[in-house]
Design a binder for this molecule. Structure first.
Ligand SMILES: C[S@@+](CC[C@H](N)C(=O)[O-])C[C@H]1O[C@@H](n2cnc3c(N)ncnc32)[C@H](O)[C@@H]1O
Length: 261
């Protein structure tokens, strides 16, 4: 069931978008995670394995296990002698209690049927004194200038479509609640900003990534009648224009939470 919730799918163009997003966001996430040397780490929903690879290289002798539901994603993961992948569902982590020093998930909770259960599972497999960290989406926190009204409408409908699949593109705002309900008391919230403008190094890649989000869901968005092909094209065209607009800028923030078990 969880597989069908995943709004982006695993087409090569989507895997390319996700790899690009990793290039843009991994360094900041690794600073947030702050993995100590020798740590045993679990990534839940490890996708293409690119973040797990970078986490393994973040400190001496770090071992990472990635759990991922899709065999197509695991098949694309780069080899690393201290990283292994297991196909599995985040709702039923196949590890004993307290198996890992650090457990993290990024861009996952928005895609699962029961995020509260997943956070509880993450806590269960963390050692007492170990840490859990997540970084998630709240799609309402996006802004472009000059205004892109057709994009704004398509983006709103994209989030509604995700909700009809059983996901939650606004889950970033719920992280504190989810962590409290999972039993954590020592919780810290933070954000990871995306601030880009015409000519800045990440500007075109960021706008391209947002277009890729829409494109990954195009088939479903249009087939369900949530948005027409023409309206979606208009939203995408606005962002394509923004890429070359010398006055253009983009702001977004990722929502993060970390806690000690
Ligand atoms: C947006 S990707 C993020 C991948 C990776 N964490 C990263 O930051 O690049 C989300 C991944 O979660 C996987 N996924 C979705 N539902 C899952 C579940 N219930 N259990 C495990 N993985 C799941 C998807 O197949 C996809 O590869």
């Amino acid at each position: 069931m969880s597989k069908d919730i995943y709004i982006h799918g695993t087409e090569p163009s989507e895997q390319e978008r996700l790899a690009g997003l990793n290039r843009m966001t991994n360094a900041a996430f690794i600073r947030f995670l702050d993995v100590p040397a020798g740590a045993h780490v679990l990534e839940v929903g490890s996708g293409l394995g690119l973040l797990a690879f970078d986490v393994a290289n973040a400190a001496h002798d770090v071992m990472v296990v990635g759990v991922e539901i899709s065999a197509a994603q695991i098949a694309k993961a780069p080899a690393h002698k201290r990283v292994t992948f297991k196909q599995g569902d985040a709702h039923t982590l196949d590890f004993p209690d307290g198996a890992f020093d650090i457990v993290y998930a990024r861009y996952l909770l928005e895609h699962v049927a029961d995020p509260a259960h997943v956070v509880r599972e993450m806590r269960r497999v963390t050692k007492p004194g170990g840490r859990v960290g997540v970084c998630e989406n709240d799609v309402s926190l996006i802004r472009f200038d000059p205004p892109c009204p057709a994009f704004d409408r398509a983006w709103d409908l994209f989030a509604r479509f995700q909700a009809t699949l059983g996901g939650d593109g606004l889950i970033g705002r719920r992280l504190h609640r989810l962590f409290r309900q999972a039993g954590f008391t020592d919780i810290e919230l933070s954000v990871q900003p995306e601030v880009h403008w015409y000519g800045s190094p990440g500007y075109v890649a960021w706008v391209h990534n947002i277009i890729g989000n829409l494109e990954s869901a195009r088939k479903g968005l249009v087939a369900t009648g949530i948005i027409s092909q023409t309206e979606l094209d208009a939203g995408v065209a606005e962002l394509e224009r923004l890429k070359t607009d010398r006055t253009g800028s983009a702001v977004f923030v990722w929502n993060r939470a970390k806690a000690t078990r």
